[in-house]
Design a protein around this ligand. Structure first.
Ligand SMILES: [Zn+2]
Length: 253
């Protein structure tokens, strides 16, 4: 169908118009503190047990620790550097009023999922396309796709799934490639999307038609994946199905 050829352009033009209008109306836009998601991660998600993380801010060290294994939450046991709840890189990139909550979840089989919620501050600039941050540090994105997570009493949630390979160098075995995944979606007040362009559209739309700039959040999961099975997708779906009602503001039960 010939009309489909122009479809991407319509989207871009529509976005440009909305963005221009948004800029024109910026003066009158009211910043809202309202978030679309809770900023507390549960201690337990199904049979996954969560722990807080601490990060060494010494750029020569930058080790990560599970908080419960530390005697002093503020001092790195390896280098003596300062520990924080964000990694050095995040601390350098994110505006200081960004809210970040993170937990490491481990299940009885010993599998690990890292979960974070990043809620933008007043500047609304804390959130950008996660692909930019995920690449680098030895990580390469090999595939990107959207998967559906079935949820109770509502339509499935679309999430973006990045399949990564991370290269590690170890003293014993040299270079090792570890297959990993990074899954995410964005949440604004009454809005959800796995797509950053759509998020930018809704931000512009809300500025114009609701006269408000809400705080967007993004929720991410990171873990390892099998190269020859879709087991990690099953794991992600099962995990989010349990996590979602815990962090959703719509949950009034
Ligand atoms: Zn350290």
């Amino acid at each position: 169908m010939e009309t489909n050829v122009y479809k991407p352009y319509f989207n871009i033009i529509a976005l440009m118009i909305f963005t221009s209008l948004a800029l024109a109306f910026t003066v009158d836009v009211r910043n809202s503190d309202e978030a679309g998601v809770k900023t507390v991660l549960p201690a337990q998600v199904d049979d996954w047990t969560g722990s807080d993380m601490r990060f060494c801010l010494n750029d020569q060290c930058q080790r990560e620790f599970v908080a419960s294994q530390l005697q002093n939450l503020d001092v790195c046991p390896v280098c003596g550097g300062v520990l924080g709840s964000l990694s050095l890189q995040e601390k350098q990139i994110l505006p200081s009023d960004t809210v970040v909550v993170k937990k490491r979840y481990v299940n009885p089989a010993g599998k690990t999922i890292f979960v974070s919620i990043v809620l933008s501050g007043v500047e609304r600039s804390s959130i950008h396309r996660p692909e930019g941050c995920v690449q680098g540090q030895g990580r390469t994105i090999v595939k990107t796709h959207t998967i559906k997570v079935p949820l109770l009493n509502r339509a499935p949630l679309d999430i973006k799934l990045l399949e990564l390979v991370r290269e590690y160098t170890s003293a014993n075995s040299g270079k090792v490639d570890v297959p990993q995944y990074y899954a995410y979606w964005f949440v604004g007040k009454d809005r959800e999307t796995p797509d950053n362009l759509a998020r930018m559209f809704w931000m512009a739309y809300d500025r114009i038609f609701r006269n408000v700039a809400h705080r967007w959040a993004y929720i991410s999961l990171a873990g390892t994946r099998d190269l020859d099975s879709l087991e990690h997708e099953k794991e992600i779906r099962a995990f989010i199905r349990e996590l979602y009602p815990e962090i959703s503001l719509e949950n009034r039960s």
